[in-house]
Write a protein that binds this ligand. Sequence first.
Ligand SMILES: C[S@@+](CC[C@H](N)C(=O)[O-])C[C@H]1O[C@@H](n2cnc3c(N)ncnc32)[C@H](O)[C@@H]1O
Length: 289
Amino acid sequence: MGADLTTTAPPSATDVYALGRDPGETARLQRQSEELGPDSAALLDRVGLRAGQHAIDLGCGPRGVLDLLSERVAPGGQVTGLDADRHHVALARQFIAQRGLRGVQIVAADARRTGLAAASFDLVHARTLLINLPDPAEVVTEMVRLARPGGWVAGLEPDLASGALCYPAHPAYTRIWELFYAAAGRHGADQLIGRRLAELYRQAGLRDVGLEARARVCPPGDSRRMIAPDLVRGLHPTIVRLGLADQAELDALDRAVRRHLADPDTVVMPHLTFLAWGRKPASPQRSSQ
Ligand SMILES: C[S@@+](CC[C@H](N)C(=O)[O-])C[C@H]1O[C@@H](n2cnc3c(N)ncnc32)[C@H](O)[C@@H]1O
């Protein structure tokens, strides 16, 4: 494929990813790929990826949308998955080997400075990557640089403050989200990133920008029903280190929230999900480099 696979030395995962590489977080990301599949498929249908094209998934994690991209660009297309965490890179390679996905390669690099050749992809995609980064515009700028003129940039991000609905309310649920915002916020991550995607895309020079919000009530058995305690579990060491709560409180909150969410009468919509897409202008503008 056209992309130069020379990469920048990736930073450590904990430098870039507040939730780190704890095994629970890796398992959550694998389930996330199943559960966000329909939303991601809807987003990819918006940009009309075709056979023979080249696509990249930035911050692909252990799986990302590699399978969805691969089936859309086949036959003859190429897919690159990129992640800064070497453990996720290894798992993504394992995933493509297990699935027998052809024309898919995984590189270890920082999505903010990939070192890949400019204008080499028909689609540059990132899902739940920007929400982890203090300066999401840096990645969007890199996404636009990587897209070919006339190509697409697309992303899916949650907006955690817009829809954390739990009925009936429970003080442990409220407290666990407070701790999440406080701990994840220390890394500068923007929990409102979903609603800002279209603005970031336009500011980076994209045209034909679209934005769609999706809401999902998670029934019992759906792992996203437990996303609040799952995310916070991955942050326990950070929360204790920052003095936001001690381990005894965290364990008690975890039990109380899981018990409340396990009740089939509890209604849970953990967040809104925003899908955004935009096209790089075909003629040189400020977005091309
Ligand atoms: C929430 S996970 C999302 C994984 C995948 N996109 C998905 O939706 O299933 C965020 C991923 O971004 C990666 N990541 C965080 N910061 C990064 C950076 N600066 N460059 C590349 N990858 C990064 C993390 O290692 C992690 O795999």
